[in-house]
Design a binder for this molecule. Structure first.
Ligand code: NAD
Ligand code: MG
Length: 399
């Protein structure tokens, strides 16, 4: 290995963010090398990535998929060592030879490997917002204690990070509020009463971004924005009431910071995750990302809708839950996240209706008063408890 290159682990390399990360890495063979790739089920895609990037390790989440990949790598004579299981995913995330970890697993399943990378002082590129929503302050404290550097990959949070002053010590006195933009997703203009009939295919057809199925459904309910409000609260240490959401259907402005003098600094770009990924990989410098430039000459009007107008509160009831859980009992964001993961899975499997996702989330929050979590073990137990509660709510809905 060439020690002048940054050694990168991509957790969730077969997903939308993982594939985009490898695309950026491919543009800079002199800067980065892939140390490990991990995935859940797509053996064929991970195999092709191993052929291309020749990582030291490839890890599948489960043994059957791991053994299948191991056989195929051996058949091709690849030198990659194939492992499986969550302990192996954590091992590569914490490996002493690793400089950077792209956290692109979807859901709370990514929390333990994120904390492993944080504890061992990596540059942690966080796409996996659910991990921070579940981990909360414990996640942030682990980053600080491990001497890790946490950089946002979510486009809104990357935009805010790019719009904030460099010195975090100045944020509290200079920043008035953070304004997260939201596209409004595929149902922005739908009659709220008609949302009970929408299919998983319609919910996953996002107007501006191509993403994994879970985040696509979250964008359609705007639970994605709720998770992002919670993510912003922890990433930037901002009081919940200083975080606002504005609907901006064109997704050109990726988010904004309003200062105490009412000056607003925004970050703009085409909707292409390779922009924030390249920024995270190269910060504090910049490298080519592959994203195309904005074409101001052909750009249509930029428009904005506030959340209080146009029926958005009735259409997107889940957004308000972000502030409720941030102001509620410690551990409530983890309960909301778990409920939402179970509800989205049930909707994608056509076991509940689209509008019932919110019911599952609210009923789970109402049924479970969390004990304050003080460790990763507490968080994982709370996550499991909330999932069991949400599954019971789902069963009650379609039973
Ligand atoms: P995806 O479904 O396309 O990919 C998920 C990846 O995680 C896959 O490689 C999968 O194999 C792996 N994975 C899933 N479950 C796992 C498990 N239990 N254990 C180990 N690995 C597992 O999802 P995505 O759209 O790439 O999103 C990934 C994360 O990034 C999510 O948290 C999402 O909210 C966030 N994010 C995505 C986008 C986007 O444009 N896609 C934008 C911002 C943030
Ligand atoms: Mg986002």
């Amino acid at each position: 290995m060439n020690s002048s290159k940054q050694r990168l682990v991509v957790l969730g390399s077969t997903g939308s963010i993982g594939v985009n990360t490898l695309d950026v890495v491919d543009r800079h063979p002199d800067r980065f090398e892939i140390f490990a790739l991990t995935a859940a089920t797509r053996v064929d895609v991970l195999l092709a990535q191993c052929v291309r990037h020749k990582p030291t390790f490839a890890v599948m989440a489960s043994e059957p998929h791991g053994k299948a990949l191991q056989q195929q790598c051996a058949a091709l004579g690849l030198g990659t060592q194939v492992l499986w299981g969550s302990a192996a995913i954590e091992m590569v995330a914490a490996h002493e030879l690793v400089d950077m970890v792209m956290a692109a697993i979807v859901g709370a399943a990514g929390l333990a490997p994120c904390l492993a990378a944080a504890r061992t002082g990596k540059r942690l590129l966080l796409a996996n917002k659910e991990a921070l929503v579940v981990g909360g302050q414990l996640f942030i404290d682990t980053v600080a204690a491990g001497g890790a550097v946490l950089l946002p990959i979510d486009s809104e949070h990357s935009a805010i990070f790019q719009s904030l002053p460099e010195d975090p010590q100045t944020w509290a006195t200079r920043v008035d509020k953070i304004i997260l933009t939201a596209s409004g997703g595929p149902f922005r203009t739908r009659n709220p009463a008609a949302l009970c009939d929408v299919t998983p295919e319609e919910a996953c057809a996002h107007p501006n971004w191509i993403m994994g199925r879970k985040i696509s459904v979250d964008s359609a309910t705007m639970m994605n924005k709720a998770l992002e409000v919670i993510e912003a609260r922890y990433l930037f240490g901002m009081a919940p009431r200083k975080i606002e959401v504005v609907i901006h259907p064109q997704s050109v402005i990726h988010s904004m910071v309003q200062y105490v003098d009412n000056s607003v600094v925004a970050q703009l770009g085409t909707p292409d995750m390779r922009g924030p990924i390249a920024y995270g990989l190269s910060w504090p410098h910049r490298i080519a990302s592959g994203a195309s430039a904005l074409d101001f000459a052909s750009m249509a009007a930029l428009t904005f809708e506030t959340f209080d107008n146009d029926g958005h509160r009735a259409r997107f009831p889940g957004l308000a839950l972000a502030w409720d859980v941030l102001e509620g009992a410690l551990g409530s964001p983890a309960v909301l996240n778990a409920a939402n993961e179970i509800a989205v899975e049930a909707f994608l499997e056509r076991r509940i209706r689209f509008d019932q996702i919110h019911r599952v989330n609210v009923q789970t929050l109402e049924s479970l008063l969390p004990a304050p979590p003080a460790s990763l073990a507490d968080l994982l137990e709370l996550d499991a408890q909330a999932r069991a509660t949400a599954r019971a709510v789902v069963a009650g809905l379609h039973g």
